[in-house]
Design a protein around this ligand. Structure first.
Ligand code: FES
Length: 100
């Protein structure tokens, strides 16, 4: 049996989660208190559009919002490999502070 390693998701080089869930990238990021702006949460509006620094994603269903090269819609995709997103890691720290 071939075991596929769970992808590591990083924010500008800072690892934040191991993606081993049956959910979207957006839900996984939110579970780690990473603030990603979203509206429709189903690939229509493009509000969650995020730049990928490295790595690949696959779509759970084909998104309707248009994407440029190197962008993804976290609300309807999953990482296919280790993934580095262009989201400042500081947002995570700010969110953590609020929880204190
Ligand atoms: S939240 Fe609308 S496309 Fe992701």
């Amino acid at each position: 049996m071939i075991y596929k390693k769970a992808p590591i998701v990083s924010l500008q080089g800072q690892p934040v989660l191991l993606f081993n869930e049956q959910t979207t990238l957006l839900n996984a990021l939110e579970s780690k208190a990473v603030d990603v702006f979203s509206e429709c949460r189903s690939g229509f509006c493009g509000a969650c559009k995020t730049k990928i620094n490295s790595g690949e994603v696959s779509y759970i269903h084909e998104p309707l919002a248009s994407l440029e090269e190197g962008e993804c819609l976290p609300c309807c995709c999953k990482p296919q490999s280790d993934l580095d997103l262009d989201i400042p890691h500081g947002r995570l720290e700010e969110s953590s502070k609020k929880a204190d």
